[in-house]
Design a protein. Structure first.
Length: 485
């Protein structure tokens, strides 16, 4: 693949030219460069409002790009080793849903790990595909789901020989990576399309110490959150295509169904500039980032009762490789839940982490961090440990097994529903999702049989004040199930 000039930023340059020419705007948005929203403009500054424009000839059109947006997308594809790239302004959720809709038609089976993000269920409902859940490996000591194994994939394909696609997470929220190269080889041998959720792996292409990416191992499509780990602004992501099975025309057609016709130029420019930065100096930036993450992990592992897990997990079930920038810490050894540590860090140390669960916390270390940030986190954890009277170690709580799917998610979405008390939902078929957020992994999905184990797990999450989403009742005292009142 010919390397393009990655120092170019065609979209960003075109927008700067538009602003420099002081064009009189008789087009949307109606704030007219901030003059119609002065309070916010005074706080943010006028430049961001000048950049907030709409499609026109010199700035191209996001839903059918032929100019500077298309050129910027070609540079993005080239940076990742893809054939095509598509800018997204509705996050990787839009990319995941577009991948599923591009690969699957109504009734097609798609193999999905149970710890996939909620966006996959949205893609299944929109496409009409039938999910075949594959159980990820579970690390019982840490109480977290890892990746999937090649052996479990082979078994699932044998049981569902007519499946159309397989969906893989690379890496998981906690940094674990499946043997993606082997999975792609197995899937393609059986003529399955490989779709990869790389929401947390947008940086991995740009430094040799990171796990292999979807495009590097021959997957057909991937969706990557540039905003999470590669410097662009929130909501800006990219959809990548390198496939002999799925055509770029099909992908563009799918995107036209769900993608806004008024994509934010601020967000798209942030993708253009972030791509340039990662493609030109990303190796240097990530070398510094890895140094910080490694230092912090080593320091935390000197603190009594804490365990910052990392590359030593490689070789354990479901962990072929590991992303070291996911600074995950097992806190059960000091008698706290992860939820409690997250709350302590925010309220007493002014630190906000990315994720907490029953047993762990996770901080994302990125190209935007510095030594003082990591020192603050390490010192806070050391202080919490030193002030803690040793309570009984909280043992890992088993994650409930995948419930039985009775009705397809699409049919469940459109079926009549009734509301029942949580305790009365056992045995019923779920009419809504319940998920802990972050990471946004469903505890129960639409169309699945609710078990007593699921109800007990939901109650446990409620007791720990976990953020639960997806339900009509935000307190989860009631659930919507299939049926009529």
């Amino acid at each position: 693949m010919t390397r393009l000039n990655q120092k170019k930023t065609p979209l960003f340059d075109a927008l700067k030219s538009y602003i420099d020419h002081s064009v009189v705007p008789f087009h949307v948005p109606g704030h007219k460069q901030g003059h119609g929203l002065k309070e916010l403009a005074n706080y943010l500054g006028e430049r961001v409002f000048q950049m907030d424009v709409n499609g026109m000839e010199d700035l191209d059109y996001s839903n059918n790009p032929t100019g500077v947006i298309l050129e910027a997308e070609k540079l993005m594809a080239n940076a990742f080793g893809a054939q095509h790239a598509y800018f997204l302004v509705n996050g990787t959720t839009a990319g995941v849903q577009s991948m599923i809709m591009s690969a699957c038609e109504p009734g097609d089976k798609i193999i999905i790990p149970r710890n996939a993000h909620r966006s996959t269920i949205g893609g299944i409902i929109l496409s009409g595909a039938i999910p075949v859940y594959i159980q990820p490996e579970i690390n019982d000591k840490l109480g977290i789901a890892m990746g999937i194994s090649e052996e479990s994939l082979k078994k699932t394909i044998k049981e569902h020989p007519h499946a159309k696609a397989v969906f893989v997470i690379n890496p998981t929220y906690y940094g674990a990576v499946s043997d993606l190269k082997a999975i792609v080889r197995t899937a393609h041998r059986h003529e399955l399309v490989v779709l990869v959720d790389e929401a947390h792996g947008a940086h991995m292409s740009f430094h040799d110490d990171f796990p292999l990416t979807a495009m590097e191992v021959g997957a057909d499509m991937s969706a990557s959150s540039m905003h999470k780990t590669s410097g662009s602004m929130t909501q800006s992501s990219v959809l990548l295509l390198r496939s002999d099975i799925i055509s770029p025309e099909k992908v563009r057609q799918v995107l036209s169904l769900t993608h806004t016709t008024s994509a934010s130029y601020v967000l798209m420019c942030s993708l253009d500039v972030a791509r340039k930065q990662m493609a030109t100096i990303g190796d240097q930036l990530l070398e510094e980032t890895l140094g910080l993450a490694r230092w912090a992990r080593d320091e935390i592992n000197t603190i009594d009762g804490l365990y910052a897990f990392g590359k030593e997990l490689i070789g354990t079930p479901g962990c072929h490789d590991f992303d070291e920038t996911k600074l995950s810490v097992h806190v059960a050894g000091i008698g706290y839940t992860g939820y409690q540590i997250e709350s302590l860090l925010r309220k007493e140390y002014n630190i906000q982490i990315e994720l907490s669960d029953m047993h762990n916390i996770m901080a994302i270390v990125s190209i935007g961090d510095n030594k003082s940030n990591l020192e603050a986190l390490v010192n806070a954890l050391r202080d919490i440990s030193s002030k803690t009277e040793r309570a009984a170690v909280i043992h890992s709580i088993a994650i409930p097994k995948s419930p039985e799917m009775i009705v397809s998610p699409r049919n469940a979405f459109y079926s009549p529903k009734k509301v029942v008390a949580l305790d009365d939902s056992i045995g019923e078929i779920a009419g809504e999702m319940v998920m802990a957020y972050p990471p946004g992994i469903p505890v129960i999905c639409m169309g699945e049989r609710i078990s007593k184990e699921i109800v007990a797990y939901i109650k446990l999450l409620k007791e720990q004040n976990c953020e639960l989403q997806g339900m009509a009742d935000p307190l989860v005292n009631h659930l919507r199930v299939l049926g009529t009142s």
